[in-house]
Design a protein. Structure first.
Length: 162
């Protein structure tokens, strides 16, 4: 009975595989939105102000960071919790493939969230004249919460490894 339970629990890791496939569909949706934004901006680029172009570019950078975060979570999560990827020798491999454990993945996710939040906060400050001061304050508080959380996670990770 114990052996059956253990095998069932171990095999249940494959329930995560459809979730990672779903993340790849999310990456597809994000890519479509990215290029929708690019195709929307290009015809109007000469009519836009410099700050409007910068805001659009920050939005595109934001989407690319989220895309990278999706790829990291999708591939590392699959490798850490489901199965190792069998990639042919003649196929280009990501340098971090097989090297990122759940702890380092967690730190990369936290760092990515801080970077995404930083870009969002920069976009907010570029349009600060149109935003009420109490909302600006809350944006900064939320961003600092992300920063402090990422720092605390890194510190705790360092302390627990020693």
């Amino acid at each position: 009975m114990e052996r059956f339970i253990e095998r069932t629990m171990y095999a249940s890791r494959w329930l995560l595989a459809p979730i990672y496939i779903g993340l790849s569909l999310g990456l597809l949706a994000l890519s479509l939105k990215f290029f929708q934004e690019v195709f929307h901006v290009l015809p109007n680029v000469f009519a836009m102000t410099e700050s409007e172009v910068i805001l659009v570019l920050l939005s595109l950078i934001d989407m690319s960071l989220v895309g990278g975060l999706l790829v990291m979570v999708m591939i590392s999560g699959y490798e850490n919790f489901v199965s190792q990827l069998d990639i042919d020798e003649d196929v280009e491999k990501l340098s971090w493939l097989g090297k990122m454990d759940s702890s380092s993945l967690k730190m990369k996710v936290a760092a990515s969230i801080v970077a995404i939040s930083s870009i969002h906060l920069l976009r907010v400050f570029m349009d600060a004249k149109n935003i009420e001061p109490q909302y600006l304050m809350w944006y900064v508080i939320i961003h600092m919460t992300f920063v402090i959380s990422a720092f605390a996670m890194g510190y705790l990770d360092k302390v627990t490894k020693h």
